[in-house]
Design a protein around this ligand. Structure first.
Ligand code: NAP
Length: 282
């Protein structure tokens, strides 16, 4: 059986939908804090079980009979997140799971500018130490978050962001989900580290060019990181502002510049490109 955590989230639900086109619902376990949230999958015959990352025992129970676990990273950050993942990994070992797929990030490192990549580095190491077979999906930034990052740049004709010439292999969340479902139901992924993104990385100048139309040109204006963070703290808690500012600095230093054809190979087609995605919004 294949189990998915975070099954009530965007990526988890989308992966479940793709999995249902490839395997029987009885062979899928969807783990959620609140089973009511995905009652529609229980109606389709999926085994919906309760599990909370903060409660290891709940995970040991919910992983009974599971061979392969897709551990979708938790939504909190820092030690809290790593402790939650640690619970899930040791529960998997105790429950007899053989293989863990984990949704990581590009260039995980203890010194990453993008703070979540530090958690991913620590979690990947916990999985390696567990001795279980693994597949790391180092998912690049979701295209789906780009509208939040660029705001009303298309209307303003100016895209203000502190990323210099740094590039990102932005990737659509549903493309990742389809790639995960394909990998979860096929062989040859044991002990592999996959950079998951588009085959071409894009800079913020490229984003401005995609936002431009015959009627309106959008210019990219590279602003200082300090000015960006000062603006963010007017609207967000300082800790959150710091993470977004760190993400921008990480982009500038090319932490997300990881073009790769792995997802294309898993999908058997081109992933949705940045340009196609942005044009679909206008
Ligand atoms: N690459 C990127 O650009 C990017 C962007 C954002 C996030 N991420 C990471 O990718 C993950 C998946 O993305 P997403 O868009 O699917 O996020 P999402 O929609 O926020 O889903 C997060 C999932 O984690 C579950 N969860 C949170 N705390 C939990 C706990 N204590 N125990 C069990 N489950 C818990 C949530 O369950 P509930 O429904 O019960 O809350 C939800 O199902 C995120 O959690 C985050 O780590 C990546």
């Amino acid at each position: 059986m294949i189990a998915i955590t975070g099954a009530s989230g965007h990526l988890g639900k989308a992966t479940l939908e793709f999995l249902l086109t490839k395997t029987s619902p009885e062979s899928i376990v969807a783990i959620v804090r609140d089973p009511q949230k995905i009652a529609e999958f229980a109606d389709k015959g999926v085994n919906v079980r309760q599990g909370d990352y903060t409660d290891k025992a709940s995970f040991v129970t919910s992983l009974a009979g599971v061979d392969t676990l897709l551990l979708i990273s938790s939504a909190v950050l820092g030690d809290e997140r790593v402790n939650q993942h640690s619970n899930a990994i040791s529960a998997a070992k105790e429950a007899g799971v053989k293989h863990i797929f984990y949704t990581s990030a590009p260039n995980p490192s203890p010194t990453a500018l993008f703070a979540p990549a530090i958690d991913h580095f620590r979690t990947e190491n916990l999985i390696l130490e567990s001795g279980l077979t693994y597949t790391f999906f180092r998912n690049n930034l979701y295209l789906d978050i780009l509208p939040m990052v660029i705001g009303d740049a298309a209307q303003l004709g100016k895209l203000y962001y502190p990323a210099g010439d740094g590039k990102v292999s932005f990737v659509l969340r549903t493309d990742i989900a389809e790639g995960l479902a394909n990998a979860l139901t096929s062989e040859g992924h044991a002990n592999k580290v996959y950079d998951i993104g588009t085959p071409t990385a894009s800079s913020f100048s490229d984003i401005a060019a995609s936002l431009s139309s015959a009627d309106k040109t959008v210019d990219y204006i590279d602003i200082p990181g300090s000015a960006y963070e000062a603006e963010l703290v007017k609207h967000l808690p300082p800790v959150v502002a710091k993470i977004y500012a760190g993400m921008a600095e990480g982009i500038k230093q090319n932490e997300f510049n990881v073009p790769s054809s792995t997802l294309k190979d898993l999908l058997g087609r081109e992933p949705v490109s940045l340009d196609t995605y942005l044009k679909s919004l206008s």
